[in-house]
Every structure is written in structure tokens, then in C-alpha cells.
Design a protein around this ligand. Structure first.
Ligand code: SAM
Length: 240
């Protein structure tokens, strides 16, 4: 079906990201340096994007976008507030509201974005939500309210700091009865996977996944699109 290395389907800039991770783990760069180097990969490419999906780092058609990112809306179980961590140009905020609306669920979307240029682009595209698009690093950001659904990626901080990112979002941004959605991420099919799954990684970090959704990948049948969530309070059952 495809001849690209599987790592490239999972993360387009995997070689560059691996080099940045190594530099962080070796102590050659600090957190700020890590974020600066990741931004230099991501931000110019997104700003040069010719369609709103490319400006959100997604390669593919509108149908591909809905297939891949629709998992987020599928994990939303009731009306409420939704925070997209790393909202880029705000397309996922818009899409989740529309997709949930089709299921009769009214969603109020918010976003936080580390890149000032992308946060500005999001506000310019969606001026009606300008005061809901916050600029900041989610890892240290003080959320102005608790959200019913918060979506994040694990790749928004150096790998060794990902558990602290999840803990921070759970303790400051996710409503106790809410859900912290992780993904959608791409991983090898269970039958052929050699690395630990994201679900098992979360367990190894001390978080108990409360649910997972999977879909086929649009272009590469060696991998699947997946989204996992954890309840807003590890010790309070996920009542959503
Ligand atoms: C791949 S885009 C995701 C766009 C959209 N949220 C989605 O899921 O389709 C990742 C975005 O996260 C932003 N980002 C990365 N690290 C971040 C952090 N620590 N805090 C806030 N935003 C971050 C990047 O600047 C980029 O715009």
C-alpha cells in the first residue's frame, strides 16, 4: 500500500524530533530550547499551509481530516466545554463543535496554543472565539476554568515530561467529571506492534485509561488511528 518508513507515517518529522529529544536527554538543551527547536519545525510549515488542515499540521483531504480527527468528537459523550491543547489555527475547535452538533451535542470550544503566530492566526480565522484562544505552554498554563473535555498530545513536551503534562492538565484544566483525551495518535496495529502501546505507556506512568477508540489509517494499513482517554480524577470514577 505504501513504501514510506512506518515512523514517517507516525510522525512526519520523526528524524528531526528524535535528534531534538536526544539533545534534551543529553542535557544539551533545556525545556525552552526543546520548545524552540520543535517550533522551528512546526510553525513555518503550518503558516505556509495552503488550506486550513495544513495550517493545523494535517496532510490530506477534508474527508481524511474528518476520518482521522473525528475520533475526538466520537469520544465526547455529552454537551459541554472542550479545550483543544495545541489548537494551531483553531480548525479542530471548529470541527469538533460541528461534528458534535450533528449528534445533537452542543459544544463550546476553547484552545491554548504555544506559538504566538498560530494563536494569532486562530483568532483571525475565528474572531467570534478570539477571547477563548489562549497563548501559552500547556505544561505550565493556568486554565481560567475547568473543561468537560480536554484534548492533548503526548508530543507537546519532551517525552520524559509527558506524565507531568497529563498530571498538570488533570489537576488544573479537566473537570473532575470530565475526560482528558489523548490523541488521535498513530500506532502500529496490535498484531505487529513491537513497541509499548500508548495505553500501556499510560498505565506504566500510573494513569488508568478509561476508554479507547480506533480507526483505520487513511493511507497506511500497517498503522491505526487511536484516541485514549482518562477520567478527570484518577480516584473518582469517570461519570461521563
Ligand atoms: C499537530 S498541531 C494540532 C492541531 C489540532 N489541535 C489537531 O489536533 O488537529 C499541534 C499544535 O500544538 C502546538 N503545541 C505544541 N506544544 C505545545 C504546548 N506545550 N502547549 C501548547 N501548544 C503546543 C503546536 O504549536 C501546534 O500548533
Amino acid at each position: 500500500m505504501t513504501h514510506v518508513p512506518i515512523e514517517a507515517t507516525i510522525e512526519r518529522c520523526w528524524r528531526e524530533v528524535a535528534t531534538i529529544e536526544e539533545a534534551f536527554e543529553a542535557g544539551e538543551i533545556d525545556r525552552e530550547g526543546w520548545h524552540r527547536r520543535i517550533a522551528s519545525l512546526v510553525v513555518p510549515a503550518y503558516l505556509a499551509g495552503e488550506d486550513p488542515r495544513a495550517q493545523s499540521g494535517f496532510e490530506g483531504t477534508g474527508a481524511d481530516w474528518e476520518h482521522a480527527r473525528g475520533l475526538v468528537a466520537e469520544a465526547i459523550s455529552r454537551p459541554g466545554t472542550f479545550l483543544d491543547v495545541g489548537c494551531a489555527n483553531g480548525l479542530l475547535m471548529e470541527s469538533v463543535r460541528a461534528w458534535c452538533g450533528q449528534r445533537g451535542l452542543s459544544i463550546e470550544p476553547f484552545g491554548v496554543e504555544i506559538s504566538p503566530q498560530l494563536a494569532a492566526l486562530a483568532r483571525q480565522r475565528l474572531p467570534q472565539w478570539a477571547d477563548r484562544m489562549f497563548e501559552g505552554n500547556a505544561a505550565g498554563w493556568s486554565a481560567p476554568l475547568r473543561f468537560d473535555f480536554v484534548r492533548t498530545g503526548l508530543e507537546y513536551v519532551p517525552r520524559s515530561l509527558a506524565p507531568a503534562l497529563l498530571e498538570h492538565l488533570l489537576s488544573t484544566a479537566v473537570h473532575p467529571r470530565g475526560r482528558l483525551l489523548i490523541g488521535p495518535y498513530t500506532e502500529e496495529r496490535d498484531q505487529t506492534r513491537s513497541a509499548l502501546s500508548v495505553q500501556d505507556t499510560l498505565r506504566a506512568w500510573g494513569f488508568e485509561p478509561a476508554g479507547t477508540l480506533s480507526r483505520t489509517h487513511e493511507r497506511d494499513d500497517r498503522v491505526v488511528r487511536r484516541l485514549t482517554w482518562i477520567g478527570g480524577r484518577a480516584r473518582i470514577p469517570d461519570l461521563a
